[in-house]
Write a protein that binds this ligand. Structure first.
Ligand SMILES: *[C@@H]1O[C@H](CO)[C@@H](O)[C@H](O)[C@H]1NC(C)=O
Ligand SMILES: *[C@@H]1O[C@H](CO)[C@@H](O)[C@H](O)[C@H]1NC(C)=O
Ligand SMILES: *[C@@H]1O[C@H](CO)[C@@H](O)[C@H](O)[C@H]1NC(C)=O
Ligand SMILES: *[C@@H]1O[C@H](CO)[C@@H](O)[C@H](O)[C@H]1NC(C)=O
Ligand SMILES: *[C@@H]1O[C@H](CO)[C@@H](O)[C@H](O)[C@H]1NC(C)=O
Ligand SMILES: *[C@@H]1O[C@H](CO)[C@@H](O)[C@H](O)[C@H]1NC(C)=O
Ligand SMILES: *[C@@H]1O[C@H](CO)[C@@H](O)[C@H](O)[C@H]1NC(C)=O
Ligand SMILES: *[C@@H]1O[C@H](CO)[C@@H](O)[C@H](O)[C@H]1NC(C)=O
Ligand SMILES: *[C@@H]1O[C@H](CO)[C@@H](O)[C@H](O)[C@H]1NC(C)=O
Length: 897
């Protein structure tokens, strides 16, 4: 017995020392593995500075060791600004149970060696720039509970082997470039709770065997290329809480008992598919819903009665084929008054009939978006609409609404978009609208509104669009309304009975692109101040009683594409400068009293672009206009004509030969050059020649250099042809991505216009003196430089006296507001939301009034509303974009992709 105890004890001792030495050896491996891990990080950040010999590796930051054997069990270095590749040596940390490297800048592939980490429970690699395929060997990590690969650049298929991870609970691979089919083996993920794989390129159908996953409660595969019908077995996973398959190509119908088989559903997102048939009554009969998205499908019939859903935040059924244009179509709205958390109610683009029920006044005061547009809704807007104090979007356009716009609408202090166009609304425009300074769009066009335009609208100083065309409005155009200098998208007042003259305040609309005040009763002269509206591309003043000459000041409207002055009482000559407008495509001067010579250049060369009929005393112009030739001013006495002819003919003949051969040579030279130096003029901007820029910037001299950025240099210059001071941004095309950056900036600036964004005047794409490709954008020059210079003045050694630059609090605040306005516009007011991705003080420029303008759009990203997928496909560069630390936090997520 005692010998047995002795033996047992010695065995224990031996075993202990053996395992101790094993652990020591293991320790050494762990240390070496960590060091090779660090060696692959290109610029080890401060976080890794504790990784040195003076500390035991168990004390290195991010490292956690087991108590006894001092082996690394956790490596958590999330959000540590690590850039580099992930060393395969990580596979030697054989005791590791947690590896978290989320939110860093890792590139290259994920090493197969991770498959050796059989104790690994959480592998978290999200929000990096890993590329290549998901390593198949991960399937050996049989203890894995959580696998997060989201937000990388992974390609290829989902490895079938992953199906063997029978303990896996969370698998997140959203926002990658994965394609191929969903592996059948996923039926064996028997512990899975969450599958998140939206925004990839997965194809094919969802295997019916997915229905075996009885613990699943989060299933999200939106924004892929999935097709076929949604397998019936999926509707039998009663544990499902979050069911999301939007932006795919699924067809088929929803089963009638869906609400019974999925009783726990809180989130249903099946929008933007081709689903059809009726919406089953059972579906909307459960009270747990928080968000329901059925939009953009091909359903039919009515919306069934909704259960009382106290937690509902979003109910979206836009453009989904619902409604029968019958009186009770909107009866489903009644129960929504019980949803005190409702924020979004979108039912636009259907065929709902019936009267707009008063019940909407009782909806949640949290309601932000209510869009009922493009239906067949009748009745009037209830006065109680003023209760919905959180509304930012009220869309009732394109219905059959009657009655007047309630004055209570002025209580909606958060309203941004107010869309009531194309109804039969009457009465006057409530002056209370002037109390809503957040408004950006007021669109009332095509109604029967009467009375005058309330001057109080002038207090809506954030307005981008004011559409009041096609109503019965009368009285003068208030000068306050023309002082809304934020107006940039559109001012539409046409087809009313507005009278009086056009106030000179119109010149404050410096950012306006589209102005239509045609078909009114406006009279007097066209104010010279109109020439200050230099952003105008479309200007219609036709069908009024304007008189007097066409103002010389309109010379500065060089952006005009479309000018209509017809059917007025204009007199005098057609100004020559109209022919100089390079972008002018349509010019209508017909039915006035214009006289004198019709110019022959520019738009006047094209008879289909110009209309001059109904003016009695015009002459000249190109032959096709068939106008009488103009009588030259100094008519020579007849007798001398003969003499001149006899001398002129022989001389002229010789001259002709001379000129012809000269022209021939020139053309030859030009055509030779053209093949090489062709300017690509398909650009959306007014173009400017390389030589003009060369001249303007003193040959791009260093004296004119005002800045250099990631994609090129910026020069100050004065354009010789119009004397305007400009900033010329020359793209350094040798640098990778610069050409793309140029195109991106062009594309973006084409469609956006806002008083807090830098305006592009010209673009130039051609070849420089050395025959290299040359691309530049010409902006208005910002006299006060960039915000960077104000915040961090550079102390120069030259003897120039630099005024100390100081911003007072008000100026700082105003700049912040200007920048916020610009971003709000980019994010929320553009057709396709735009993310700047490089916002920093050096890209915020200050004009003479210290108004801030955001510039440099070379890194922007479009976020398509329909599908965020396209944001990754349009700009394929993944990884950290822009300048670290300056991208606004709200945008960082997009910029880090
Ligand atoms: C090692 O890291 C510790 C902790 O950060 C630090 O105090 C020490 O100075 C470092 N030693 C060396 C040699 O860098
Ligand atoms: C892993 O450790 C082994 C020794 O156990 C070594 O030979 C190998 O090089 C290590 N692998 C890596 C990738 O560091
Ligand atoms: C991957 O797993 C296979 C076994 O399936 C193994 O043979 C191979 O060595 C593993 N690769 C690495 C790099 O660990
Ligand atoms: C699921 O696992 C079972 C048992 O291991 C196996 O027989 C079956 O082939 C697996 N299914 C798929 C599709 O791989
Ligand atoms: C605008 O608001 C002020 C105070 O909030 C209020 O006194 C005034 O009556 C409102 N004006 C209109 C026209 O509603
Ligand atoms: C605009 O607002 C100012 C200040 O809030 C107010 O004094 C003025 O009466 C308002 N103008 C109109 C036309 O409502
Ligand atoms: C406009 O011209 C027409 C024809 O010349 C003239 O009858 C009319 O009185 C003029 N109208 C105004 C408002 O000047
Ligand atoms: C992402 O992957 C695609 C396809 O493999 C590749 O073309 C692209 O360059 C990658 N982007 C980055 C930033 O690695
Ligand atoms: C990755 O970034 C997205 C977007 O910012 C964020 O929602 C998500 O939580 C991040 N993922 C991880 C694992 O940190």
């Amino acid at each position: 017995m005692s010998s047995f105890i002795l033996w047992f004890l010695s065995f224990q001792i031996i075993q202990h020392s053996f395992s101790f030495s094993l652990a020591r050896g293991g320790s050494e491996i762990d240390k070496l593995s960590l060091l090779s891990f660090k060696a692959q990080i290109s610029h080890p950040p401060t976080k890794l500075s504790s990784w040195n010999e003076s500390l035991h590796f168990c004390q290195w930051s991010g490292v956690t060791c087991g108590r006894q054997d001092r082996r690394v069990i956790e490596l958590d270095l999330h959000s540590s600004q690590l850039v580099g590749s992930l060393s395969p040596s990580i596979g030697n940390l054989s005791f590791l149970s947690l590896l978290s490297l989320e939110n860093n800048g890792f590139t290259n592939t994920i090493p197969q060696e991770l498959g050796r980490l059989v104790r690994l429970q959480a592998l978290l690699l999200g929000n990096n720039s890993f590329s290549g395929e998901i390593p198949a060997n991960i399937s050996h990590c049989s203890n894995l509970l959580k696998l997060n690969l989201e937000g990388n650049n992974l390609t290829g298929n989902l490895p079938a082997g992953l199906g063997s991870l029978s303990k896996l609970q969370v698998f997140n691979f959203r926002k990658n470039n994965l394609d191929g089919k969903i592996p059948l083996s996923f039926e064996n993920l028997s512990s899975i709770i969450e599958i998140e794989g939206k925004m990839n390129y997965l194809q094919g159908g969802i295997p019916n065997s997915i229905g075996k996953l009885k613990t699943l409660n989060f299933f999200s595969l939106g924004s892929n290329n999935l097709s076929g019908t949604i397998p019936p077995s999926l509707y039998n996973i009663s544990s499902l809480i979050h069911f999301s398959l939007p932006h795919n190509q699924f067809h088929g119908t929803l089963p009638p008992n869906i609400g019974l088989t999925l009783p726990n559903l809180e989130f249903l997102g099946i929008h933007d598919n081709q689903l059809s048939g009726l919406i089953p009554a059972t579906l909307l009969n459960t009270s747990k819903f928080t968000e329901i998205y059925l939009s953009y499908n091909e359903f039919t019939g009515k919306v069934p009665t909704l259960a009382s859903m106290p937690n509902l935040r979003v109910f979206s059924i836009q453009e989904s084929g619902l409604g029968n244009d019958e009186d009770d179509d909107l009866s489903f709205l009644y129960t929504l008054s019980n949803s005190s958390k409702l924020e979004v109610l979108a039912i636009d683009g259907n065929n709902f009939g019936g009267v707009l029920p008063d019940i909407i006044s009782n909806f949640s005061t949290k309601l932000k978006k209510m869009t009922f547009g493009s239906n067949q809704i009748q009745g009037s807007i209830p006065d109680g609409i003023g209760n919905l104090i959180s509304l930012d979007t009220l869309g009732l356009e394109r219905n059959h609404l009657t009655g007047s716009i309630p004055n209570s609408i002025g209580k909606l202090q958060n309203l941004v978009d107010l869309l009531l166009s194309e109804n039969r609304l009457s009465g006057s425009i409530p002056s209370s609208l002037g109390n809503i300074t957040s408004l950006m769009q007021i669109n009332f066009h095509q109604n029967s509104l009467q009375g005058s335009i309330p001057p109080s609208l002038g207090n809506c100083t954030n307005l981008l669009l004011l559409g009041l065309s096609q109503n019965h409005l009368s009285g003068p155009i208030p000068k306050e309304v023309l002082s809304i200098s934020s107006l940039s998208k559109r001012l539409g007042l046409s087809e009313n009975q507005l009278s009086g003259s056009l106030p000179f305040e119109v010149g404050k609309l410096k950012h306006l692109g589209y102005m239509d005040i045609s078909k009114n009763r406006l009279s007097g002269e066209i104010p010279a101040s109109l020439g200050s509206c230099e952003s105008l591309e479309h200007l219609s003043l036709d069908g009024n009683f304007f008189q007097g000459p066409i103002s010389e000041s309109l010379r500065s409207l060089r952006a005009l594409q479309d000018l209509n002055l017809s059917h007025n009482n204009l007199t005098g000559q057609i100004p020559k400068f109209l022919g100089d407008f390079k972008l002018l495509q349509s010019l209508d001067l017909s039915f006035n009293d214009l006289e004198g010579e019709v110019p022959m250049h520019g738009v006047f060369e094209n008879t289909s672009a110009v209309s001059i009929a109904g003016n009695k005393n015009l002459c000249g112009g190109i032959l096709q206009l068939n106008l009488p030739t103009c009588r030259s001013k100094s008519t020579k006495p007849k007798s001398s004509t003969k003499l001149t002819l006899t001398v002129a003919i022989p001389c002229g003949f010789i001259g002709l030969i001379f000129i012809a051969s000269f022209l021939f040579l020139c053309c030859l030279k030009k055509s030779l050059r053209k093949t090489k130096n062709e300017l690509s003029c398909e650009m959306p901007f007014r173009t400017v020649a390389y030589k003009d820029l060369l001249q303007a910037t003193n040959g791009f001299s260093s004296g004119n250099l005002v800045g250099a950025g990631s994609f090129g240099s910026v020069y100050k210059g004065v354009l010789a042809f119009d004397g305007v001071t400009v900033a010329v941004k020359v793209f350094n095309l040798l640098r990778e991505g610069a050409s793309k950056s140029f195109m991106r900036e062009c594309a973006a600036l084409l469609n956006i216009r806002h008083r807090n964004l830098v305006k592009v005047l010209f673009a130039c794409a051609g070849v420089d003196v050395q025959g290299n490709d040359f691309k530049a954008l010409v902006y208005e020059f910002m006299i006060n430089g960039s915000l960077e210079e104000w915040l961090h003045p550079i102390h120069t050694l030259d003897l120039e006296v630099h005024q100390p630059k100081n911003l007072n609090l008000i100026q700082r605040l105003n700049i912040a507001i200007d920048v916020a306005n610009a971003l709000d516009y980019l994010h929320n007011q553009c057709k396709m939301p735009i993310v700047h991705c490089d916002l920093k003080p050096s890209n915020v420029l200050l004009d003479g009034d210290m108004t801030a303008h955001v510039g440099d759009f070379g890194l922007l990203k479009f976020l398509s509303e329909a599908s965020c997928q396209s944001s990754s496909s349009q700009t394929s560069s993944v990884g950290l974009k822009g300048t670290v630390g300056y991208a606004a936090p709200a945008m960082a997520s997009y910029c880090w992709r």
